[in-house]
Design a protein around this ligand. Structure first.
Ligand code: FMN
Length: 236
């Protein structure tokens, strides 16, 4: 009887251990594709380049090296853009009334372990969802007036906003707040990029309807910034 008890307790412990290892791998395996979700590694909150240094070095970069970005680099840039930094959901970017109207997309051409396609960032879970697989690079580049510049980047951010999230609280003035918030997010991407040796340029000159078409945006979601990013010698 005693022997049976010991065996069943031991098997219970083994079962619990196996289950916890399984769930840990399932939730956190970085870069793993599951249900079209790509879980990203934890972002770093300490680095070796100071804010002052990033401010003094930052320049618009319009030509990029032909080098892939890595998943940790993409993770860090997305976190800088709109990552969660507080248990209550507040983010790297300030937001009028914490209404958080922005959506962050990336069009991928050359990122290690990521298939080319269109992805959307989920800041709550710090993962990317693959919205469409395929090469949308030319299409998104052609929505701008400098397509060749965009085509040389391994990845392109597109920042959009669901305006109702902020205008429902602040009325028409909310539109102004959304533009301000987009600037904060874009600046975060630029400065985080400098510290990683990644250049960027903030592009405002594009055809709104064409961008909405490439991203299949619904009514009420507007494109605000296109930001090609890629490795550059400039920040070495
Ligand atoms: C709102 C805004 C829109 C911009 N749009 C474009 C653009 O469409 N194409 C481009 O090449 N640069 C664009 N830029 C980048 C500026 O040209 C650039 O910041 C400026 O020349 C100063 O150079 P710097 O960024 O190297 O300091 C834009 C910048 C801002 C703030």
């Amino acid at each position: 009887m005693e022997k049976i008890k010991i065996i069943s307790v031991t098997s219970m412990i083994l079962l619990i251990a196996a289950f916890s290892i399984y769930t840990k791998c399932d939730a956190k395996e970085d870069g793993k594709l599951k249900d079209k979700k790509i879980f990203l590694p934890e972002p770093k909150t300490k680095g070796s380049v100071s804010v002052e240094e990033t401010l003094s070095k930052r320049r618009s970069v319009r030509k990029f090296q032909d080098t892939p970005l890595s998943i940790p680099e993409v993770s860090q840039l997305l976190w800088a853009a709109y990552g969660i930094t507080e248990k209550d959901g507040r983010k790297t970017t300030p937001s009028a009334g914490a209404t958080y109207p922005l959506e962050i997309y990336v069009v991928v051409k050359n990122v290690e372990k990521l298939k080319p396609g269109l992805y959307k960032y989920d800041s709550g879970g710090h993962f990317l969802t693959n919205i469409k697989e395929g090469n949308f690079y030319n299409e998104i580049s052609e929505t701008t007036y400098q397509p060749q510049m965009c085509k040389s980047a391994p990845m392109i951010f597109v920042i959009t906003a669901i305006t109702e999230k902020t205008t429902s609280v602040y009325g028409e003035r909310g539109i102004r707040y959304i533009f301000m918030e987009t600037g904060h997010s874009a600046q975060n991407i630029s400065l985080q990029g400098v510290s990683l040796g990644i250049g960027s340029v903030l592009v405002g000159a594009f055809d709104d309807d064409k961008v909405a078409g490439v991203l299949s945006l619904k009514n009420g979601e507007i494109p605000l910034y296109i930001i090609p990013v890629g490795k550059t010698e400039r920040y070495k």
